[in-house]
Design a binder for this molecule. Structure first.
Ligand SMILES: Nc1ncnc2c1ncn2[C@@H]1O[C@H](COP(=O)(O)OP(=O)(O)OP(=O)(O)O)[C@@H](O)[C@H]1O
Length: 765
């Protein structure tokens, strides 16, 4: 470095001020410069060190910062993971509870300078609204939803959040998405896309179907899907098919509609099918044309067609205001390789906007439309309130809309509501009421969604059940004539004619069996209190071929249909016939046995007996022939037979015309045949179980203490005394062994009592 420069550097630095003015001497000057040079060297080295220190410090700091940033970023990632997990868990809880999910969407402000009422939109679904009239803290209203989409949210953002729900349709869940909000708040925009048929920014309807096709393609090796759509609108409480191929009927000018409405002609038009039908899964669906769609272009075309047919008009609030609720229903049917079936439905509902008629400035037909819209939305509100309060009655039937959405709102579907709000100050009232409604909807718990999947085995079983039902119906068909009044003159008819010719106060009971018909007439002189019954003639027939089919007909002055007892449909029973009825029921092992049990009066003429019989008249359901499970009914059956016999006997003993023995004879024969096996079929089996008599007429080897009573009863029924040890072929058959002198006398009118203590034998005596 030149000396001059060095000195000037030293001066510039001011590190050592030159106080002494030395004589310009060469040597001195040199020395001074050397000193300054060494000073400078020191300074340089110090600065260097300092710089190095600073550098290392900086590096350390940078390192620290780096590690801190790294820590923070991992914490952030963790936080997001946890938040995502929380959301998933929250959704799972909601799924399990079946809560209706609520997303809120805020449409953008279109006019610059308009005051915005949205104060805060949280990532977690919170929304704060500021009351323009109370700009301070107390004007803030906080709402919580599953998700809130701000004005800048795109259609894709909205769809991405909705996609998992929509996809579950392909897994067999019923899904319903409905857009709710005031008029002009963006419902149609969300569901269909921008007005005017633009193919940009298409809405959920299109994106959903597109996605369903994608899934269908992805799974085509595993499941074969069929996707069909139908599109209807509910306009003035009428359901219109928007995809009806008859274009002349799909759209009407408003003057025509009102004219038709005034003349009550609207319902006659095919398009106004005010019908809601139910599908195989019991889901309420509109009865409208179904179109199979195979590609997104099919969907686009259909949606355009439907949109054109939809009733829209201009109001003060919205230039293209929907005047109806539109419902796009997507039916998904899937079948996998193993034959398992799944069926599901996706309802995509764009509701008509609620509007304040003073604001929308509508009159005439528009006013009527607005009133219908508001009414149906209010019905929807009532349904939601009732559901939220878990009321027992949910007023679905108050409007077509709620009727159609019944399964989605109260069934086992996954339901999502889009609450649309406008951020402008002017709409604050409507915004608040929409948000309050949405909040209420979010509290509705529908229960866990149900999977509509049927395994092939279940389907096979269902098919079998159907076939069996059909077979049963066919089998029952031939027995139907037994309920009808017989046209041809059967032996029954002839018998009936004879009966009808018999004088009043004569009751005739005939029991028909396979071997022929034996009749008995009982003149009941001891029933003056019920004269009407005295004219009634009852006929009981027990057809020999199949004793399970015991036909019963009652002649009550006029002919009554003969009906099959096993079918429990005999129409009228009168007190005078209770004896027979008891007997029939005993044969059936029915509930009537309880009546004829110990509490039942023994005599059919006693008033209490009549009362009981009347109590259990034709309205009493008598079960089919069935095998008793417990020994109790057997006891009832035996008691019942005993009671019937006693009743008959008492009646017989009261008659003085000598026909009692005929009754007894006939009854004995019939009972004998029933028990011994001349009749075949269920009744016989039943009787075998009910009575200690086997099919072949032999007795069960009973070792119970009631054996004596049974023997006595059998003896009382047949009039033949038996030894406990002796076995008879049947009551009507020949005795195998006789142990008493009376035993051979089968038709003895007064058999000697074996157990004088029993009432039965007393009566015989
Ligand atoms: N998120 C949005 N982004 C851009 N434009 C929107 C958005 N939401 C709504 N719009 C526009 O606002 C206008 C009104 O929207 P839209 O017709 O969807 O309202 P609406 O709630 O269906 O009304 P109405 O109940 O009367 O049928 C339309 O022009 C629509 O394109």
């Amino acid at each position: 470095m030149p000396l001059q420069d060095v000195s000037s550097f030293g001066q510039f630095q001011g590190s050592r001020p030159h106080t002494k003015k030395a004589k310009p001497n060469h040597m001195n000057l040199l020395n001074m410069q050397l000193i300054e040079l060494s000073d400078l060297k020191d300074l340089l080295s110090r600065t260097k060190r300092e710089f190095q220190d600073l550098q290392s410090q900086l590096q350390k700091d940078l390192k620290n910062i780096g590690s801190q940033v790294e820590e923070m970023s991992t914490a952030a990632v963790q936080y997001h993971k946890v938040a995502e997990e929380n959301r998933k868990l929250y959704n799972m809880v909601q799924d399990l509870k079946g809560n209706i999910r609520v997303f809120c969407r805020i449409r953008p402000v279109f006019c610059a300078g308009t005051k915005n009422v949205i104060d805060f939109i949280g990532e977690d679904g919170s929304l704060v609204i500021l009351d323009p009239l109370k700009p301070r803290k107390d004007g803030r209203k906080v709402f919580q939803f599953n998700r809130v989409f701000g004005p800048t949210a795109t259609q894709d953002d909205v769809f991405n959040e909705t996609q998992p729900l929509i996809r579950s349709v392909m897994d067999g869940y019923n899904v319903c998405i409905f857009a709710y909000g005031q008029t002009g708040s963006g419902k149609t925009y969300t569901m269909s896309g921008p007005s005017g048929g633009s193919t940009k920014d298409l809405g959920i309807n299109y994106l959903a179907l597109n996605d369903l096709f994608e899934i269908s393609n992805q799974r085509k090796d595993i499941i074969t899907y069929e996707i069909r759509v139908q599109m209807v609108e509910i306009y003035n409480e009428q359901i219109r098919d928007l995809l009806s191929e008859d274009s002349s009927t799909t759209k009407y000018p408003f003057f025509l509609i009102s004219a038709l409405q005034n003349n009550n002609l609207l319902s006659h038009l095919s398009v106004f099918k005010a019908l809601i039908c139910t599908n195989d899964d019991g889901l309420s669906l509109p009865d409208a044309t179904l179109h199979t769609v195979k590609s997104t272009s099919d969907v686009l075309n259909l949606m355009k067609y439907g949109e054109v047919n939809r009733v829209v008009c201009s109001t003060a609030i919205n230039s293209r205001s929907s005047r109806s609720h539109s419902i796009l229903t997507v039916h998904v049917h899937g079948k996998d390789a193993s034959g398992n079936l799944l069926r599901s439905c996706l309802h995509l509902v764009d509701l008509a906007g609620s509007e304040r008629v003073d604001k929308s400035e509508v009159t005439g037909d528009r006013l009527k439309e607005a009133q219908h819209i508001n009414k149906s939305l209010s019905c929807l509100g009532d349904v939601i309130t009732a559901l939220a309060q878990k009321n027992s009655h949910i007023p679905y039937r108050n409007s077509k809309l709620t009727l159609l959405l019944q399964d989605s709102l109260g069934g086992h579907a996954k339901t999502l509501m889009f609450a649309h709000v406008s951020p402008v100050e002017d709409s604050f009232g409507e915004t608040i009421s929409t948000l309050k409604f949405a909040q209420r909807v979010s509290t509705v718990e529908l229960g866990a969604a149900r999977l509509n999947k049927e395994s092939s085995e279940v389907m096979q079983l269902k098919e079998q059940i159907e076939n069996l039902k059909k077979a049963l119906a066919n089998k029952e068909a031939p027995s139907t004539p037994s309920y009808k009044i017989k046209e041809s003159k059967s032996p029954f008819e002839k018998q009936r004619e004879t009966i009808e010719r018999t004088p009043p106060r004569t009751r005739r009971l005939s029991i028909e069996n396979g071997s022929g018909m034996k009749a008995m007439n009982v003149e009941d002189r001891r029933r003056p209190k019920t004269p009407s019954t005295l004219t009634r003639v009852m006929r009981l027939s027990s057809e020999g071929k199949d004793n399970s089919q015991i036909k019963l007909s009652a002649d009550v002055g006029k002919s009554l249909p003969a009906s099959t007892v096993s079918e429990q449909k005999y129409s009228q029973f009168q007190d005078a016939e209770t004896v027979t009825k008891q007997f029939v029921n005993l044969c059936n092992g029915s509930s009537m046995m309880e009546i004829s049990h110990s509490n039942a009066p023994r005599s059919p003429t006693s008033s209490s007996f009549q009362k009981q019989a009347l109590k259990t008249d034709c309205r009493t359901k008598i079960p089919r022939l069935q095998l008793p499970n417990t020994p109790e009914p057997q006891v009832h059956a035996r008691n019942g037979i005993q009671n019937v016999m006693q009743s008959l006997i008492s009646t017989e003993s009261q008659t003085a015309n000598g026909k009692g023995s005929q009754i007894r004879k006939s009854l004995r024969t019939t009972i004998g045949k029933l028990i011994s096996g001349s009749g075949k079929g269920n009744l016989q089996n039943t009787l075998e179980l009910k009575l200690p008599v086997m099919r072949d007429g032999s007795f069960h080897d009973l070792k119970s203490p009631v054996v004596h009573a049974k023997t006595a009863r059998r003896e009382s029924l047949t009039g033949v005394q038996t030894s406990i040890r002796s076995r008879r072929s049947s009551l009507g058959g020949k005795p195998i062994e006789s142990s008493t002198p009376m035993s051979n006398n089968r038709n003895a009118k007064t058999p000697p009592p074996v157990h004088p203590s029993t009432k039965t034998t007393e009566r015989w005596l």
